[in-house]
Design a protein around this ligand. Structure first.
Ligand code: ATP
Ligand code: MG
Length: 110
């Protein structure tokens, strides 16, 4: 799970590179008792996600970076889904926010 956090932080840093300051990267964690999940939100004050790309960025090899693999987010999603979690992206007034959830109760092996 630390891999998911690490690559989300890297993405946030990349998105703020060259953007006006202040640069803010915030990670908030909370328990949502209603759904029995932990929610983690990583928000940045970067350039935001291109319109229409909020879901396609989770597909393999989708990248806007010259040296990018476009594999970070699809890997994150695969990891989270294997634990019964989820990940999604939204734009904020300035920047992007990635939210992910993980169930607190361990799922039964199938
Ligand atoms: N925080 C963010 N703000 C704006 N766009 C983002 C953010 N995170 C991801 N993206 C967009 O999603 C694309 C895919 O991200 P992903 O992590 O899968 O690959 P990458 O970052 O391009 O490559 P790599 O992870 O190998 O450096 C990025 O190229 C970028 O366009
Ligand atoms: Mg990345």
């Amino acid at each position: 799970m630390s891999d998911v956090l690490k690559l989300s932080k890297m993405n946030g840093m990349d998105a703020m590179d060259g953007e006006p300051r202040p640069h803010n990267l915030t990670i908030r964690t909370r328990r949502n008792a209603e759904y029995d999940v932990v929610e983690v939100r990583i928000s940045d004050s970067g350039k935001g996600i291109a319109k229409g790309a909020l879901t396609s960025i989770f597909d393999a090899f989708v990248t806007t970076k010259p040296q990018g693999t476009g594999l970070g987010l699809p890997i994150a999603r695969t990891i989270l889904e294997s634990y019964g979690g989820d990940i999604w992206a939204e734009n904020r007034q300035r920047g992007a926010v990635f939210s992910f959830t993980l169930p607190l109760t361990r799922m039964q092996a199938e």
